[in-house]
Design a protein around this ligand. Structure first.
Ligand code: GLN
Length: 259
C-alpha cells in the first residue's frame, strides 16, 4: 500500500517534510512500518505537489521510479519551500501499471489528491459508479488504475461544487458498498485545508499551535518522526484540517452515495 502525506503551515523545504525526518516518505519508500494489504516497499513511483505561493495553483513532480533513486528530486526538494504540500510514494497494486501518471498526486486546478489502498474487484466492481461520469472523463483518466478512477469520481463532485469532505465521504461509502473489502484512504488539499479519510488503513494527524511562527497541521499514513503529538485517526472517519486544528466525523454519518 502506498504512503502519503499532506502538510499546511509556515513555509518549509520539501526535504524537511519528505526526506530528512527519521521516518520520512523517503525512508517509507524502502522500509515502511505498516504495509497492510500486501507489498513490502513503495518503489513504483512517487510524487509531490506544492503551492509556490498562497492562492497559486500547485506545482507537481511525479516519477515512475523509487524516490531514493531520484537525485534530481533530492536537490529540488532541498531548494524548494512551500507552506502547503501533498506527497506520496507508490506500491502498485498487482495488475496495475508502473507509470508516472499512476503516481499521486493527481491534480486539477487548485486540487491535489492521493489514494492509499486498493479498490477490490476494480474495474468491474465500480463500473456502475464510474458509468455516471462523463465519457470524456473516462477517456482521459490519468492512468488505468483504481486510484485514478477514484480521483475521477472525487473530481466530478468537486467540479459540481460539493463540499470537499462530503465529496470524499460520498465516494468512499459508495465505493465501499460496491467493492467490499476495499481500502480507501483518500487525501485531498486545495492548499488551505486538508480532507482525508481513514477506511481500513492507517492515518495519523499532528497539529502545531501558533507559537509565533504560525500554526501547522500534518496528515500522514505513518508518523515520520518520534516526536510527540501524532494522533491516530480512527478507522472509517473523515478528517477536515486547517493549520492548528482538525475535526473528525464518522464516515457512516457524513457520507452516503446518492448519485
Ligand atoms: N491501488 C493503487 C495503485 O496501484 C494504490 C496503491 C497503494 O496504495 N499501494 O496505484
Amino acid at each position: 500500500m502506498c504512503r502519503h502525506l499532506a502538510h499546511l503551515g509556515p513555509p518549509t523545504t520539501l526535504s524537511a517534510l519528505l526526506t530528512e525526518p527519521s521516518h520520512a516518505l523517503l525512508r517509507q519508500s524502502w522500509a515502511p512500518a505498516d504495509m497492510r494489504g500486501g507489498g513490502t516497499v513503495n518503489a513504483d513511483g512517487f510524487g509531490a505537489g506544492w503551492y509556490p505561493a498562497a492562492g497559486a495553483d500547485p506545482v507537481r513532480y511525479r516519477s515512475d521510479r523509487p524516490m531514493w533513486s531520484d537525485a534530481s528530486f533530492a536537490s529540488l526538494a532541498a531548494a524548494t519551500s512551500s507552506g502547503a504540500v501533498l506527497a506520496a510514494v507508490r506500491s502498485a497494486t498487482v495488475g496495475m501499471p508502473v507509470v508516472t501518471t499512476a503516481a499521486a498526486p493527481f491534480a486539477e486546478g487548485r486540487w491535489l489528491f492521493s489514494h492509499n489502498g486498493v479498490v477490490r474487484g476494480w474495474p468491474g466492481s465500480v463500473t456502475a459508479l464510474a458509468g455516471r461520469l462523463p465519457v470524456a472523463d473516462l477517456l482521459t483518466l490519468d492512468a488505468p488504475t483504481d486510484s485514478a478512477t477514484l480521483w475521477a469520481l472525487v473530481r466530478h463532485r468537486l467540479r459540481a461544487g460539493e463540499e470537499p469532505g462530503a465529496a470524499l465521504a460520498a465516494v468512499v461509502t459508495g465505493v465501499a458498498a460496491a467493492a467490499p473489502g476495499s481500502r480507501l484512504n483518500l487525501l485531498l488539499t486545495d492548499g488551505t485545508a486538508i480532507w482525508a479519510t481513514a477506511w481500513d488503513h492507517a492515518l495519523s494527524v499532528r497539529t502545531h499551535p501558533d507559537r509565533g511562527a504560525g500554526a501547522a497541521v500534518t496528515v500522514v499514513s505513518e508518523p515520520f518522526d518520534d516526536r510527540p503529538g501524532w494522533e491516530p485517526v480512527p478507522d472509517r472517519h473523515l478528517l477536515r484540517a486547517t493549520p492548528g486544528r482538525y475535526q473528525l466525523d464518522a464516515l457512516t454519518t457524513v457520507g452516503r452515495d446518492n448519485g
